[in-house]
Every structure is written in structure tokens, then in C-alpha cells.
Write a protein that binds this ligand. Sequence first.
Ligand code: MN
Length: 129
Amino acid sequence: MAIRILCVEDNPQNMRLVRKILGTAGYETAEAVDGLSGLHMAQQEHFALILLDVNLPDIDGLEVARQLKANADTRDIPCIALTANAMHGDRERCLEAGCDGYVPKPITKGELLHTIAHFLSPQSEHDLT
Ligand code: MN
């Protein structure tokens, strides 16, 4: 059975890019276009990993991460923030919110797959930040 990854992203072009990259690596992508539906989907199915756009139309990706990490059922799922705000301090904000990793936009195939593989690896120390 394919590894399923939830991508919470409101921009259709970014979603298409993520779906394409994940597909080439053999992952299945579940898609949510806003924070609340992403949270809802994460309660319905236990995903291997969650990609979180930070800028979403309802609650932002950092709030989604906080809520996922506050819930015992979803706390252990690795969360990777995707953000265009590649400013100083942005990475720290993502990690403070509970994200395990961080991929700046524009997303590149190599960086996204490398980061995902790191967090899905059983011997991972989850220290890639
Ligand atoms: Mn967005």
C-alpha cells in the first residue's frame, strides 16, 4: 500500500507541483485546500506525514500544526511547513508551532523529497531542521 501524505495548500499550482513530485516518488497525496479541512482529514485518516502551507485562507498552517501537536492522535505525525516567507526567523516560528521540518518556497523536487524521506526513515532522529 502506498504511503499517504496529506498536503494542506490553497494554491492550485503549488498543490499540482507537490502532487506531481510526490507521485514520481511513489507517494499518494491527499489534498486539503484550507486549514480546517486539513485538520478534519487528519482526524479521519492517519497520514504518514503532513505538508503544511503556512498562508492559508482560514487558520494558518502554524495554527494547524499547533492543533495537530496538541492532539494525542496526531501528535506523532511529522509536519513539514511550506512557506514563501523565507525571512529570518521564519524557520524558528515554524518549529515553535510544532512543525518538525521546513521547506522554503519555491519548492524544489530534491529538497522536498529529501526532507520527506528523512522524516519517514525509521532510523531518523528527526533532527533535520
Ligand atoms: Mn497559501
